[in-house]
Design a protein around this ligand. Sequence first.
Ligand code: RTP
Ligand code: MG
Length: 143
Amino acid sequence: MAIERTFSIIKPDAVAKNHIGAIYNRFESAGLKIVAAKMVHLTKEQAEGFYAEHSERPFFGALVSFMTSGPIMVQVLEGENAVAANREIMGATNPAQAARGTLRADYADSIDENAVHGSDALASAEREIAYFFAADEICPRTR
Ligand code: RTP
Ligand code: MG
């Protein structure tokens, strides 16, 4: 098993509903360590840049509008197979299809407002971490 880092967002809906602590508890209970974190309110330009791969999709405008609608928590999670482990904790993109006990099943209302983001591969994790964090903002655990 490889120790990986992945990038995670608690989206505006879940922050607004005061679910930050509950979601952090799920990460930590699963053995993922939070090695960087901050609250930010994205500008339109930041949201468009982050989701650039979806810029031609019909939902892009709604996605950018939602992601700029309020503050978000961004964090780096570290642990064994962190990318896949976090995607499993999150559940399917559409909460109606998300497995029981996943974050989206428990905290998301719709496919458009689905509580969390997680990197879908190691390469995107590296890119997304660098989009939000300088190297000296990430704190490796020594104990
Ligand atoms: P995310 O990037 O936010 O972690 O979500 P994901 O990988 O599960 O889904 P992705 O395909 O990357 O889509 C990004 C976000 O766009 C919205 N979406 N809407 N209406 C639709 O068909 C649709 N498809 C995607 C979702 O809010 C999704 O989280
Ligand atoms: Mg995605």
